[in-house]
Design a protein around this ligand. Structure first.
Ligand code: A3P
Length: 318
């Protein structure tokens, strides 16, 4: 059994201490290869560049935090496991938080230290999630990636409330969250660069990278379930179409259903440093356009303008 060595001879911790660090959100973020990360995932990202063995049949759900990761995890889990469980009785999503049902590549599950060792033990095909930018993701050429993005204004508002909730000591203001986000300073950000990498890859390799939007799922979830199933190589059959399988996936994963389940109401993970991420904190309003209730019209216009300029010429618009 070979233990692979790290690519950073100084040691990951020492290497990280040479990188730029900036405070402002609930946890300080560290800049690596032009993106910002929390320390723990960054350590894992550095380790798994060498240690992770990507598989051709991996399915990877990629997002930036607050773009609808929890929802996408639930939907993709329900779609890919639909022949194994009934939607009503024994479905794991009735008793398992979507974040437990689909592990992150770079965030170790509670009680484990190295995320990738746990991943190696998973049977194929693996359903995995990540907030990593495409350029840092160890990928097999055959694996499929589903990217989910969201209007940056709603993403920022969602992030603002989440960051305040997880930190016992938070004095974060909307103004300061806004200016950090506009500056490209957010976990996995700059927001636009993260979107852009996956967007370009989805154009270059449409059979391997599917680009979705939160707003699109909100407006026609059944159609997105069909699209997801087809993209993942398990299209809905005629029989499933007539029995309403897509509708069942949608209602099992709906905001109303998930928030009604005990597993999504209690429990959580202590991150230390007076940070506690409760299972319920991944659900707030689940709406499109809620930014209007928390940001001024001028702020919205400013953020839109920045994002538009950054994405100019790419064909990607919000
Ligand atoms: P809001 O804060 O705007 O309500 P993530 O899962 O990436 O952390 O994103 C969290 C956001 O997705 C939150 O947005 C949350 O309410 C929303 N969300 C979580 N589950 C959802 C679901 N089943 N349907 C719609 N939105 C959902």
């Amino acid at each position: 059994h070979l233990i692979k060595t790290m690519s950073y001879p100084q040691g990951t911790g020492e290497f990280i201490s040479t990188l730029p660090e900036r405070k402002g959100w609930a946890e300080p973020l560290i800049q690596y290869k032009d993106f910002w990360f929390r320390r723990l995932p960054l350590e894992q990202i550095l380790l798994l560049q060498d240690a992770m063995e990507p598989r051709a049949d991996d399915i990877i759900l990629a997002t930036q935090p607050k773009c609808g990761t929890t929802w996408l995890k639930a939907l993709a889990f329900a779609v890919t496991n639909r022949s194994r469980y009934s939607f009503t009785d024994d479905h794991p999503l009735l008793t398992t938080h979507p974040h437990r049902a689909v592990p992150y590549i770079e965030i170790p599950s509670p009680g484990t230290d190295h995320a990738h060792r746990h991943l190696e033990a998973l049977p194929s095909p693996r359903l995995l999630a990540t907030h990593m930018p495409m350029s840092l993701l160890p990928l097999h050429a055959g694996s499929r990636v589903v990217y989910l993005c969201r209007d940056p204004k709603d993403t920022l508002v969602s992030k603002f409330y989440f960051e305040r909730r997880i930190s016992e000591t938070s004095d974060l203001s909307m103004d300061s969250a806004f200016s950090m986000f506009c500056d490209g300073f957010s976990s996995s950000g700059p927001f636009w660069d993260h979107c852009l990498e996956y967007w370009k890859e989805s154009l270059a390799r449409p059979n391997n990278v599917l680009f979705l939007r939160y707003e699109e799922i909100k407006s026609d979830p059944v159609q997105v379930v069909r699209k997801l199933a087809a993209f993942l190589g398990v299209p809905l059959t005629q029989e499933e179409e007539s029995s309403g399988a897509a509708q069942e996936v949608v209602s099992l994963c709906s905001f109303e259903k998930l928030t009604s389940l005990q597993i999504n109401q209690v429990g959580g993970v202590d991150r230390g440093n007076r940070l506690y991420v409760g299972n319920s904190m991944f659900y707030r309003k689940g709406e499109v356009g809620d930014w209007m209730n928390h940001m001024s019209h001028e702020m919205g216009e400013k953020l839109d303008r920045i994002v538009r300029e950054k994405l100019q010429g790419s064909g990607l618009v919000f």
